[in-house]
Design a protein around this ligand. Structure first.
Ligand SMILES: *Cc1c(COP(=O)(O)O)cnc(C)c1O
Length: 344
């Protein structure tokens, strides 16, 4: 087997959902956008439905259709981007619930799909998606008569608990939704950890389910093992890889493993990344290539069959730090070439 193996632990995923659910007294949904943060939306959604999730969120109607196919009828599937031009057939045929972001989307919905399920997304300060306070004030009466299934907004700084933006957005969200008898949702993973003021009726965790920060208590969900294709012994002064960026300071043994930046192991992690043989850490040397990574295994007694880049000693956020990015980006970049093994 030459492709690297991505192991996805669906039991850990379900345990993370239950752990986040136990932190609140309200309903816990699951965000499965971007193909379930790169881990396969269908597999992930089915595992979370078994754990008890009844509401799912995706970014696009197309993603919602895929999740509906995986889940069958019953669970509510909400679409953050709302009702875009041309989406009506997908929304109708797959029984999706668009989170309407503007007056235009509201009109599109009532015209094309009257009396069908929808929600409202409000902008409480992030300035990314949702109706702004003025727009909402004008539309609110009409929208509420159509009986939205949910009113939601999203926090910009929830991963920084002390950031004043959190309280500010909470205040705006409460002002915009006061005296409304519709279920409300403000918190994603970070918002759940901010405490009960932020929970309302439904939370929408994503990254914490998949083992990422800011949910520090998360169980790791992914492990990635890369097979060693070849090894070679270098004399002092010999170089490795494109650009000759690394040269041997001692007689060295180099292993070449089968994964690279085309598989989401981004080139920027190069000199700061490491891989593991069991408990033993081995530095990545030279540049990350498209399909290959070179590793200094001089200190290993034997040549391993594979080396681990994601596992117990290095999680998605550790690797993200080496690459100057966030765990979310490492997860959603995991490429299509891996052999995927689902556990659980
Ligand atoms: C992605 C997203 C979430 C999930 O956020 P996490 O930080 O991954 O928990 C929730 N709500 C909205 C609107 C999102 O875009």
């Amino acid at each position: 087997m030459t492709a690297a193996t991505l192991k996805i632990d669906l039991d850990a995923l379900a345990a993370n959902w239950r752990a986040l659910d136990s932190l609140t007294g309200c309903e816990t949904a699951a965000v499965v956008k971007a193909d379930g943060y790169g881990l396969s939306a269908g597999r992930v959604a089915r595992a979370l439905a078994r754990a008890g999730a009844r509401r799912f969120f995706v970014a696009l109607a197309q993603e919602g259709a895929e999740v509906r196919q995986a889940l069958g009828p019953g669970p509510m599937i909400c679409v953050f981007s709302g009702h875009m031009e041309g989406d009506a057939p997908l929304i109708r045929d797959h029984d999706l619930t668009p989170m309407l972001n503007s007056v235009d989307q509201m009109l599109r919905q009532v015209e094309a799909l009257p009396h069908r399920s929808f929600g409202i997304q409000l902008d409480s300060g992030m300035n990314r998606l949702g109706m702004e306070p003025d727009e909402w004030a004008a539309l609110r009466g009409i929208a509420l008569r159509q009986m939205p299934a949910l009113i939601m907004s999203h926090l910009a700084c929830a991963d920084e608990p002390d950031h004043p933006m959190n309280a500010q957005q909470l205040r705006v969200f409460k002002e915009m939704t006061g005296n409304i008898d519709v279920p409300r949702s403000l918190a994603a993973t970070g918002g759940i950890l901010l405490g009960p003021d932020y929970h309302f009726d439904l939370t929408r965790p994503g990254v914490g389910l998949y083992g990422g920060l800011p949910f520090e208590a998360a169980q790791p969900v992914v492990a990635l093992d890369m097979p060693v294709i070849q090894t070679r012994d270098l004399a002092v002064g010999e170089t490795v890889g494109y650009g000759n960026t690394w040269s041997a300071q001692r007689p060295s043994r180099i292993a070449t493993v089968a994964a690279g930046y085309a598989d989401g192991l981004i080139r920027a992690m190069g000199p700061r990344a490491q891989v593991f043989d069991g408990n033993r850490r081995c530095p990545v040397v030279g540049r990350v290539s498209m399909d290959l990574i070179t590793v200094d295994i001089t200190d290993l007694a034997e040549t391993p069959e594979s080396l681990s880049i994601l596992g117990p000693h290095q999680g998605v956020d550790d690797l993200a730090e080496a690459a100057g990015t966030i765990g979310y980006e490492i997860l959603t970049s995991l490429g299509p070439r891996y052999t995927r093994e689902y556990l659980g």
